[in-house]
Write a protein that binds this ligand. Sequence first.
Ligand SMILES: Cc1cc2nc3c(=O)[nH]c(=O)nc-3n(C[C@H](O)[C@H](O)[C@H](O)COP(=O)(O)OP(=O)(O)OC[C@H]3O[C@@H](n4cnc5c(N)ncnc54)[C@H](O)[C@@H]3O)c2cc1C
Length: 475
Amino acid sequence: MPVEVETLTGGTTTLSDEELGELRETFRGRVITQRDDGYDEARAAQNGLIDRRPALIVRCSGTADVVGAVGLARERDLLTAVRGGGHSVAGHSVPSRGLLIDLSGMRGVQVDPGSRVVRVQGGATWGDVDRETQLFGLAVPGGIVSTTGVAGLTLGGGIGWLHRKYGLACDNLRGVEIVTADGRPLRVSGWENGDLLWALRGGGGNFGVVTSFEFTARPLGPVVMCAVPMYADDPGGVFRAWRDWADTVPDEVTTRAMFWTVPKDPHMPPQAHGRQVLITGAVYAGPPEKGEEVLRPVRRFGTPLADMSAALPYRVFQSAFDFFFAKGALASYWKSLFMRRPDDRAADLIVGCGLARATPESMIHVPLLGGAVSRVGPRDTAFGDRGAHSVLSVDGNWVDQHDTARHIAWVRDVVGRAEEFSTGGTYLNFDGDAPEREPGLLPAAFGENLRRLAEVKRRYDPHNLFRLNANIPPA
Ligand SMILES: Cc1cc2nc3c(=O)[nH]c(=O)nc-3n(C[C@H](O)[C@H](O)[C@H](O)COP(=O)(O)OP(=O)(O)OC[C@H]3O[C@@H](n4cnc5c(N)ncnc54)[C@H](O)[C@@H]3O)c2cc1C
């Protein structure tokens, strides 16, 4: 049966049986249409709110498949999305009726322990990377959930548990192999196509399909000290104590304050089940004994209701909260702000909103920036605001979709009220909106870097083939 695929101009084009047959013959990966087994699994997104039906999914097995898929998209003007780990909160990686170039079959990771260079295929997750790098006592700074994709997280920046010591994920990116809109595979490094590397360090999925990332890995663990005290009493006092302590910590400490309701799950301490808590989480990127000492204050801001702190294999900690983020289980809408150091008024607002979350599954968290993040120049990469004190991420998550509008309104309300305490910037990886629906997003995300990003976009994707992302229109 022929397949109707949406085009870039909003119309449709038909791929005939013969064309589909030819595709299936030439691709080594799977070509999946709505009539094929596995279609629903292949289209499923992390965000349970995203329920879209792409006309055609090409699950690539390597660069040649990606070149073929981009070639098809270009020749037929197909509306095209690209998927790495599928965690886009805004749902950028699933098109409604277009083509999905799915890299989830490309998850290889290769570590050279001598040079500490790590090559990662474009569909790998952070769990894939941690598994291979930790064999050698190395790590690439990633996120805080192991199922998140390397691609989207790195291209948008990448905030996790190591950024104050080793920088954002994108700061550790040495180069990529990418298939650009003209359908050519291109090598990108500091020496070759350096403008593109600059843009890929924070500018998102705008510039092509990255088939392989090359990172510098850093020495870590395998055992690191992790602090996870859960406070139920005096959240205002605890938050201010955390803020003041955070002023004093060395770069080895990456820390965040997080408001959450502890799920009734065997992974969590029973005395905290169903309780609203403020977690002052931290990881020490250095010897665990030293970390135990340096992180002790974060566990003494009061008497924790529960304390999951321990010296743990980094990999174990990286996947400790995966259970909460089962694919499709939660509908999500998130927004974020880059923050100035919260004064007492800002702290009161954050705490007040943290305690009045719209659903138990929702979270407000405040990862501290500074350290290595702030030592990279503001124009040295495309990433937005390196001078901010922290990020305020308001993560609306819910199960019952009847009340979706109310939950979205709650997120927007909190962000609106917190805006006066922000730097004016936003972190697009933590955003549930697309710039075409909210025009202020791009300037807020990229500031003065936006103009150069639009120039690079024009050079590598003048017709905006790669537009299902936090889209930067070509200059
Ligand atoms: C549960 C959860 C936890 C998270 N934790 C963190 C965190 O700790 N730190 C943080 O910074 N962010 C975090 N995020 C946000 C995350 O960084 C973004 O959602 C990111 O876009 C996810 O990348 P992905 O590859 O999984 O997503 P996808 O949905 O596959 O893609 C996201 C974007 O990247 C583009 N893209 C994907 N693959 C490629 C590729 N190979 N080449 C070119 N473009 C590509 C897509 O087109 C899309 O625009 C989290 C998100 C979730 C849902």
